[in-house]
Design a protein around this ligand. Structure first.
Ligand code: ATR
Length: 268
């Protein structure tokens, strides 16, 4: 069987997804075509529908279309429903199934590639936007001691913490309230890195914590901050990108590719 996949985004030129999925195809022996599609900002759905009409089996969705993709799908996995956003779509006859593999991708990178056990850990997430909403379910499933959400706009952090309180111990507060806590892992899920900025938090909190930026492709101000504040480990989000892609590939084909091998190829 020949699979027809793509990734939708805007911009999309620098996407690594075709490279990653081509490597997965080589590993697993599937025949795969994987394109990059630049959808117009205001018309994701026409682009997506056109690709489906061409015989697509599935596609990935990146910035800024994850909410559009959520509206476009007509069935959802629990991950997608909880995240309120879709980064993977699978086509089955009339079914447009929305999935979200970002949270699993992050957890798999932390646990498999970086060797970090999340059970009983104290996790601090910076940011309370769509990205944070997308990773909370997967993180809480790992049974951390607690997940603290700190956001510039305090009310959004409090709301997210409440929304997920049934799934584990959560709390939300303002970035200005981040103190020198005993935090094991700090995850930067703000979009501040995109603007070359560091979320404005109190000095000293990184001591001995693992610092993870969901961004990849360049050293971010958060990673610089982690370096000067003596964190125990620093990572960008490249491993999460590869792991979310691996989970998408498995969702489409039923076969799990070797993400670790692709990650090490990309890091070379
Ligand atoms: P995404 O889908 O990437 O999460 P979003 O929903 O727009 O995008 O959320 C962006 C997040 O980054 C928010 O938590 C935002 O804080 P506010 O809720 O206060 O707007 C955060 N953010 C963006 N720029 C930031 C900055 N310079 N400092 C701190 N937080 C920032």
């Amino acid at each position: 069987m020949m699979y027809k996949f793509a990734v939708f985004g805007n911009p999309i030129k620098h996407s690594l997804s075709p490279n990653i999925h081509t490597q997965f195809a080589q590993q697993t022996g599937f025949e795969v075509s994987y394109d990059k599609i630049l959808a117009p900002i205001d018309d994701f759905s026409s682009s997506a529908q056109e690709f489906i009409n061409q015989g697509a089996n599935g596609f990935n969705i990146t910035v800024p279309f994850k909410l559009d993709a959520f509206k476009f799908a007509n069935e959802f996995t629990l991950n997608a429903k909880t995240a309120g956003a879709v980064n993977t779509i699978k086509i089955e006859q009339d079914k447009i199934i929305g999935e979200n593999t970002d949270g699993i991708g992050l957890v798999n990178d932390l646990t498999h590639n970086l060797g970090i056990e999340l059970k009983d850990k104290v996790i601090l997430i910076l940011g309370a936007g769509g990205t944070t909403q997308g990773i909370l379910l997967s993180l809480l499933k790992q049974q951390p001691n607690r997940v603290m959400i700190a956001n510039r706009t305090t009310a959004k952090a409090i709301k997210l913490a409440k929304d997920f309180a049934e799934l584990g111990k959560t709390c939300g507060f303002g970035l200005d309230k981040v103190k020198h806590n005993s935090v094991d892992i700090i995850i930067n899920a703000t979009s501040a890195s995109l603007d070359g900025k560091m979320p404005d938090i109190a000095y000293g909190v990184a001591n001995d914590a693992i610092c993870y930026d969901l961004m990849y492709g360049k050293q971010t101000p958060f990673m610089d901050w982690a370096t000067t504040n003596h964190s125990s480990m620093i990572s960008d989000g490249l491993g999460m990108l590869v792991e979310q892609a691996a989970t998408s590939f498995e969702f489409w084909t039923g076969v799990k590719p070797n993400a670790k091998q692709v990650l090490s190829n990309l890091r070379r």
